[in-house]
Write a protein that binds this ligand. Structure first.
Ligand SMILES: NC(=O)c1ccc[n+]([C@@H]2O[C@H](COP(=O)([O-])OP(=O)(O)OC[C@H]3O[C@@H](n4cnc5c(N)ncnc54)[C@H](O)[C@@H]3O)[C@@H](O)[C@H]2O)c1
Length: 245
């Protein structure tokens, strides 16, 4: 589906980002796998290199403009083009609102929201008509979660940003959309959860199971494809029904 195309996926060292990169690779896409740690990027790139595509790992802290600019410049240097940007990197550190300090708030906003401004702006000049940007939002954009006021605000921002930038990119025929996952089984989300907490999470999901990285990746692959050419500025919820109640 994506032969001769190149994608950047941020936060691709594990979890949903890794799953998205894998799904794009399976569709023949060349990938730049980016994460905050070089060894993690290299490991992911190595995993994908044997799968009939070109894969390159580039370290990038998405909250740092110089590193983001370098990520895009190196992608163009190595692949000559950028067709798909997946803004996936994100953090969700729980902190009751009363204990939250300014630095907690700023870090979540920088990694989850400012990153999307930085990565999108660095990428669009390199993108041709038909290119796609996909942001990973969250159901936290639509419902509240205790201990995650900063996170919920950042993800609400991601979906609002997506709508606004979509208007500016539509004349260039570049589509920007978002995917809002529900509870997805990843090292970040469930790595340290007890079986009891996992059971409670599953109980809130009408489909009766947590999401897999692949469930989110399937939506991303669709939005990155020509089949989504007429979808503009939307946030697609992929949550097994969680938000229906
Ligand atoms: N897992 C869920 O239940 C869930 C639900 C809704 C939304 N999401 C969103 O999906 C995305 C991925 O979540 P996940 O569960 O796979 O998380 P994860 O913690 O398992 O993986 C996130 C990856 O992002 C990287 N990362 C963190 N900070 C970074 C930075 N500053 N620059 C670059 N990379 C950085 C980490 O090193 C890690 O490899 C996030 O945006 C998250 O908010 C996750």
């Amino acid at each position: 589906m994506f032969k001769n195309k190149t994608a950047i996926i941020t936060g691709a060292g594990q979890g949903i980002g890794y799953g998205i990169a894998l799904a794009l690779v399976k569709e023949g896409c060349n990938v730049v796998v980016s994460d905050i740690n070089q060894a993690t990027c290299d490991k992911a790139a190595q995993d994908f290199s044997g799968m009939g595509v070109r894969a390159l790992g580039i370290k990038c802290d998405v909250s740092n403009k110089a590193e983001v600019d370098n990520l895009v410049a190196k992608t163009i240097e190595n692949f000559g083009q950028l067709d798909i940007l997946v803004n996936n990197a994100g953090i969700y550190p729980f902190k009751p609102f009363g204990q939250m300090i300014e630095a907690d708030w700023d870090r979540v906003m920088d990694v989850n929201l400012k990153s999307i401004f930085l990565c999108s702006q660095a990428s669009i000049n390199a993108m041709k008509a038909g290119s796609k940007i996909i942001n990973i939002s969250s159901i936290a954009a639509f419902v509240g979660f205790e201990g995650l006021t900063h996170y919920c605000a950042s993800k609400g921002g991601v979906s609002s940003f997506t709508r606004a930038l979509a208007l500016e990119l539509a004349p260039k025929k570049i589509n920007i959309n978002a995917v809002a996952p529900g509870a997805v089984d990843t090292p970040g989300a469930t790595g340290s959860s007890s079986e009891e907490v996992k059971k409670q999470t599953v109980a809130a999901i009408p489909l009766g199971r947590m999401g897999l990285a692949e469930d989110i990746a399937n939506a991303v692959v669709f939005l990155a494809s020509e089949k989504a050419d007429y979808i503009v500025g939307q946030t697609i919820i992929v949550d097994g029904g969680w938000t229906l109640r």
